[in-house]
Ligand binder design. Structure first.
Ligand SMILES: [Zn+2]
Length: 214
């Protein structure tokens, strides 16, 4: 993958890190707001957040003695785009089974949930610590980071999250992720407002049929 470089040697291989769950959830909510159709069921929002945060459930691998750099280790297969696609197929099949397969809405859900799941690994690849991300797993086990990594990595342990490190992480995520999200949200709502206004204007200009015309 052009522009990416494998990153296997770390300053502290034992450190277990991730961006905050809150920030991944914020990405999900913003994406749902920007890309979601007008009328969506409540589960659309819940599943959006689920897709964006679930890859980090792989931290449980540490409890089972699975090493960080293992195929199923933290930031491994479950952070890949392929896993995102599998997850999306499962979610759409179970939670949106009333949608006609291959219909426009069905494709939207499939692509949307896939990309949202993939966004997790991509965001992690911008962090400055931990192991790289197996973005192309299972086809390529290389752990990748982007060459530019401005986001301060967050500690996994809750106690450490309340430390100065945790606060610095929040600051970094607020600047590099939350601020762009807010700008995109404002831009998107302005565009939607303008579209609604234009639709209304077009409706007003449409000639109304006369009540008694034959
Ligand atoms: Zn992660």
């Amino acid at each position: 993958m052009a522009g990416l470089r494998p990153w296997r040697l770390l300053s502290n291989k034992e450190e277990k890190t991730l961006p905050t769950v809150i920030t991944h959830s914020a990405v999900a909510v913003a994406s749902a707001k920007v890309f979601g159709p007008e009328e969506v069921p409540n589960r659309f929002w819940l599943l959006s957040v689920f897709c964006a945060v679930i890859p980090d459930a792989d931290v449980l691998a540490f409890s089972f003695g699975i090493p960080y750099d293992h195929f199923f280790g933290h930031r491994g297969f479950f952070h890949s785009s392929f896993f995102g696609l599998l997850l999306s197929v499962f979610l759409v099949s179970v939670f949106f089974r009333t949608e006609k397969t291959f219909s426009r809405r069905w494709w939207f859900y499939l692509i949307y949930f896939s990309l949202l799941s993939a966004s997790h690994g991509i965001l992690d690849a911008f962090t400055n610590g931990g192991l790289g991300i197996a973005l192309l797993s299972p086809f390529d086990a290389t752990r990748y980071f982007f060459p530019w990594r401005p986001i301060l990595v967050s500690p996994i342990a809750f106690a450490r999250f309340l430390s100065k490190w945790g606060l610095m992480t929040l600051k970094s995520e607020l600047f590099w992720i939350w601020l762009p999200l807010i700008i995109v949200l404002i831009g998107s709502s302005l565009i939607r407002c303008e579209q609604t206004r234009e639709t209304r204007r077009a409706g007003d200009q449409t000639p109304q049929p006369k009540a008694n015309s034959r």
